[in-house]
Design a protein around this ligand. Sequence first.
Ligand code: BES
Ligand code: MN
Ligand code: ZN
Length: 460
Amino acid sequence: MPSLFEAAATAPAIPITFATKTTWGAIAKELPEQARQFAAANDFTAKPGKCLTLPAPDGQIAQVVFGLEDETAKSRDLFRPGALPGLLPPGVYRFANAPHDLRLATLAFALGSYRFGRYRKAETSDVRLAPPEGVDVGDIARMAEAAALARDLINMPSNDMGPEQLADAAEALAARFGASFSCIIGDDLLKQNFPLIHAVGMASARAPRLIDLHWGDPADPKVTLVGKGVCFDTGGLDLKPSSGMLIMKKDMGGAANVLALAQMVMDAKLKVRLRVLIPAVENAVAGNAFRPLDIFKSRKGPTVEIGNTDAEGRLVLADALALADEEKPDLLIDLGTLTGAARVALGPDLPPFYTHDETLAESVASHAKRENDPLWRMPLWPPYDSWLDSKVADINNAPSGTFAGSITCALFLQRFVTDAKSWLHVDIYGWTPSAKPARPEGGECQAARAIYKVLSERYA
Ligand code: BES
Ligand code: MN
Ligand code: ZN
């Protein structure tokens, strides 16, 4: 990924001119006669997303024109230039004029260069960009590289991305940055009191585990990241229908995104004591699977009745959050692909986030907007807390109704966080259902870039 901006200075770069319906006339006027005729013959009018390569007299590509929304348009996609790597022939390019947001355009170009090429020769073309003046391309490359990590981990099919392989990925990341790594596996989860992680993961032939990574100066503020690492979610005995199960390889999207976030934090050497906890399990079906109405005592203490084995993410997060909470971190953040209800509320591209910390909420919302990594605050609505009541245990993992499913999941998790100074929960989707500029179809980096900027501002 860093090579995107590399060596771009050595070759003459082909200029890309951004145009809108309004500016196109003036831009066309400056073109050589032949190029202007060529654009007219191609009926190019700078419609948003339209790309045209203009020939030089010798038949080479002289320049590129690319359409954007008008400056005043109500909905402008600031990531539109992210379509360029998929449209352009191999070569070195440069931005000839300013798109609407130069930094986001550069980031979009980098994010749009991603291809998942593990299982067949990727259809990548070697498109590079000369570093635009005034843009911190080191930081852009850092974010794009992290996004590629998250996408790769999610796109990997579950047969090659089980709990063990997810732990391998975390261990490789730890090794790269000199972080410490440990893992509690299988029945040791019971011995070390992680009953819920064990309960969810025990039906799989691939043993459940809790991944634990530490990095940084112990004297610095404690920031702990927890990611849902369900490497495949069949729903368990409350089996999902095939349509609902189809993309459940992505159910470790929270884990993938906390690893991406950790990579950015460590690469930028932020002044934090970072900890990453990932309960990595497969929610499988077998004779020894946990059952509806089973009751388990959680690590934190409360007994949990299983209303639905498909509400497994909140169970594994509960034990991991309880552990994280024990050392009273300054900031505790969890990410997970937790509910279909979050998608019903806000769709796949806009994950809801939850926190009681008003200052943090403002910071998250503003950085999410600035980074085009959108997040939307939803409430930890106290009156719904009683919906989690069980008739026989301290709490039920799945309220009987279908209302406010993302909120009740957040309220469930809240029961396991009592001592962290500040807590942020994000119910992500981790998947782009159909390709958009800078966002190829498949696994997606969500919330990690926005939170990286929140942390950068606090702990630079
Ligand atoms: N992994 C799913 C949530 C999910 C489903 C995310 C579809 C994205 C797309 C989660 O484990 C789950 O199954 N949640 C249930 C909870 C319910 C049983 C209370 C859901 O959302 O239906
Ligand atoms: Mn589930
Ligand atoms: Zn799940």
